[in-house]
Design a protein around this ligand. Structure first.
Ligand code: 13P
Length: 245
């Protein structure tokens, strides 16, 4: 698995939105890459029931497998819905819920244990980029939040610059290239040859209109898409761009 188009619906979508999952599914053929939709937890079961080529993922999990954690969902509960992926460490979780690298590592470990593929998110803030700290931040986030036991089969890494999320701002292709090369090199030192098989996604204001350019960057294996993943009209062109890449 290298090419992967993932959609993060965040706190958007009701049952009426399942028709979009159906429409995305209907647009896929055998030449398309792996496609994952991460709807809100309320839609995991009906989204899985749609079947077809699409895989389903959750947007977060608790680090424990069960217990007194009101409002949380565990990785094994996610697996029980039929979902196969879970996003961990999204910057909105890091910010809104004060999640640290240690917490994210524990969540990714819980995902591994439950047999889910963890999409581990990393990315610098604008202040960090302007201070010239981007690669240092990415290095800390990778070493801090990717657990032992990570392999290309259970882990995907998404580079999402915080300042590019939902803003319409996109890094230059050189900036994306620099970040993704760095990520691949870091993985080579920790995972060895298997690093070449890990899917590295770019996320932040990906649209049909910029997808071809972004996917032309050599170590970009796909995208983690927010706003443009909620409708088939916007997401399918991104998937098709990845097919062409
Ligand atoms: P946008 O595609 O809406 O910028 O969101 C990116 C993102 O946060 C995906 O996880």
């Amino acid at each position: 698995m290298r090419k992967l188009a993932a959609g993060n619906w965040k706190m958007n979508g009701t049952r009426a939105s399942l028709s979009e999952v159906e429409a995305i599914n209907a647009a896929l053929d055998d030449t398309d890459p792996t496609v994952v939709i991460c709807p809100p937890a309320s839609l995991l079961i009906p989204a899985c029931e749609i079947g077809g080529k699409i895989s389903i993922g959750a947007q977060d999990c608790h680090m424990a497998s069960c217990g007194a954690h009101t409002g949380d969902i565990s990785a094994s509960q996610i697996a029980d819905t039929g979902a196969t992926y879970v996003i961990v460490g999204h910057s909105e979780r890091r910010t809104d819920h004060s999640e640290t690298n240690d917490v994210i590592k524990a969540k990714a470990q819980a995902a591994q244990k439950a047999g889910l593929i963890a999409i581990v998110c990393i990315g610098e803030t604008l202040a960090e980029r302007e201070a010239g700290e981007t690669l240092a931040v990415l290095g800390q986030q990778m070493s801090g939040s990717i657990p032992d036991g990570a392999t290309s089969q259970n882990t995907v890494i998404a580079y999402e610059p915080v300042w590019a999320i939902g803003t319409g701002l996109v890094p230059t292709l050189d900036q994306i290239d620099e970040a993704h090369r760095f990520m691949r090199d870091e993985l080579l030192t920790t995972l060895g040859a298997d690093a070449q098989n890990v899917s590295l996604l770019y996320g932040g204001s990906v649209k049909g209109s910029n997808a071809d350019d972004i996917f032309s960057v050599s170590d970009v294996d796909g995208a983690l898409v927010g706003g443009a993943s909620i409708s088939a009209h916007d997401f399918v062109p991104i998937i098709k761009a990845l097919s062409r890449a």
